[in-house]
Design a protein around this ligand. Sequence first.
Ligand code: PLP
Length: 424
Amino acid sequence: MTNIALSQRARTALPGGVSHELRYRAPHPIYITRASGAEKWDVEGRRYVDFKMGSASQMLGHSHPAIVEAVQRQAERGIFSADCHEAELEWAEWVNRLFPCAERTRFTASGTEATMLALRLARAWSGKERVLRIDGHFHGWHDHALKGSKPGSDAAPSLGIPGCVNDLIDICAAEPQAMARALQDDRIGTVIIEASGANYGCVPLETDRLRALHDVARAAGVVLVFDEIITGFRWSPGGRQTRDDLTPDLTTLAKVVTGGLPGGAVCGRADIMDLMNNATQRDGLAPAVSHKGTFNGSPLIAAAACAAMPLLASGEAQAQADSMAQRMRDGMNTAFAQAGVPGLAYGDSSIFHVSFGHSTLNGLTPAQIRGLPSAQVTAYRDGMLAEGIDMMAYTSGLTSAAHTPELVDEALDAFRRTLARMIR
Ligand code: PLP
């Protein structure tokens, strides 16, 4: 079986041949059969060093033995009965211990569902329908999340989203003055911020600026939501809020919180979260905020999460991943210097980005930072893939606890060769 043959078959079975629009790849995607640690193999037997890591979900490396064992053990005991069970409780207690804002946690079936629920809770708590979000930040694909996720554009983000929904979403720059100006509109009751900065921190959000945005939101009295779906358990065991000592009202989590299985969570202040408590009433509704979802907090996912939590709580996994990302950024910057071309590798924690044509981001607007010519981005990603190195969409890459100096150095050799081809 070949990648081409599978992609031809896929085109008639799946729209675009894929299950997620960012997996679309010309001339065809690769079809993965096996992944272990920081490596994976395609149907043709080709090996890749992985810097996508399940779209940032596999923080401990692919198929970590503790997670595999926990899932196997739970699968034998029963995959799913839609009942309460002890592991969901233990899992929630881990989240509540690790995240400063978390007095209660509710599990969802994805990150998108987590931001959808957080916005519903925030609107219910504030009694205000308008939401302020930051230009270019990504919060999943539901109707209330897409407008503004493309930097520099407040155009309708997709067909099929009611205009009246888009009309409730305001967008501001990631600047305190811009946020303060926007919040003069007292119909806004919620602010949501992607804690890494736009798209995995491709457009960085430095701590001072995040702090200033936090302070502006606090002064306005709105419900402040940190989307920590990337940063949660990655930037520190307690996410960015722990690392930078900034506490929002609500936090959304996914990817790593589940031990790398499907799912997500919202955690936050008890008084807001308890709007979902069946024992409370508001406007004659009990619970005041409705939240359902067949697979929320399922035992299989909870088993994986509870196996991952002790491994994530010590901070060792994050330290290893961070140092490998730093090695990658340093090596890429050396490669740019040696090639004599302007370029920059940058990023925070275990994430790296490359910018071609700029040696600094100073003075660039978010749209300019995100606005690399698509031909350049494609040449970079395809060039690396041909060398056996798989990167995230656009210019992001991530490391995990399973990345080693040898694997990073292999990727850096590939980067030097790819760069040489790009500037030829
Ligand atoms: N929020 C952020 C910051 C994300 O990066 C993502 C996914 O990449 C989401 C929300 C949506 O999560 P999911 O893909 O699990 O629906």
